[in-house]
Every structure is written in C-alpha cells, then in structure tokens.
Design a protein around this ligand. Structure first.
Ligand SMILES: O=C(O)CCC(=O)C(=O)O
Ligand SMILES: [Mn+2]
Length: 94
C-alpha cells in the first residue's frame, strides 16, 4: 500500500502508468480517495482519448487489465482552492 498526500492544489502527479517492474504487466490497483475532491484523468495511449472524473471523499477507483499498459493516469494541479487530499493505493500482482 502506498500513501500520497496532496497538500493543496499545487501538489499533483503527472501522466504515468503504474507498471513498475515490481508489478506484473496487468496489476490490480485499488485507489481510495479521502479529503478534498480532485480530478482524476485517464488517457488511452493508442487513441489519445481522455476521460476525467472527480474523485470525492470515499471514492474507490479499481484499475485492472490493460489499465496500466494501454492507459496513463494523472491528478493534475489546479488553481481551485482545495484542501489536503490523502490517497491510498492498494496494489496486487498475480
Ligand atoms: O492520487 C491518485 O488518485 C492517484 C495516485 C497514483 O496514481 C499513484 O500513486 O500511482
Ligand atoms: Mn498511479
């Protein structure tokens, strides 16, 4: 499990896939959002299609299958006045 703390709207995470070598090519990752609402962005590498969704307190995003190899995700910076957002990611590989 990893903990991220976004202290305010300046804290962000850029486009990436969680396909680090410690994980298998298609890990299952559950991401629990707490605190302030932030936008979660996903983009499909082959088509460029982009999906954005607000992650409110208690939101659970589960990524599996090709979600790390065929897509990237990010939490962009924002100018909105937002408070802290802790995020927990639980990572399984198989
Ligand atoms: O904060 C989030 O919702 C995503 C975090 C993330 O992508 C990561 O820790 O790899
Ligand atoms: Mn990630």
């Amino acid at each position: 499990m990893l903990l991220n703390l976004y202290r305010d709207g300046r804290d962000c995470i850029g486009w990436h896939g969680d396909d680090e070598s410690a994980l298998c090519p298609e890990p299952t990752i559950a991401s629990l959002s707490l605190g302030s609402t932030r936008t979660f962005a996903m983009r499909h590498l082959a088509s460029g299609r982009e999906v954005r969704l607000p992650l409110t307190h208690g939101s659970l995003v589960v990524m599996h299958g090709e979600s790390q190899s065929a897509w990237q995700h990010a939490v962009p910076a924002t100018d909105e006045p937002v408070g802290p957002r802790p995020n927990l990611t639980f990572r399984w590989w198989h």
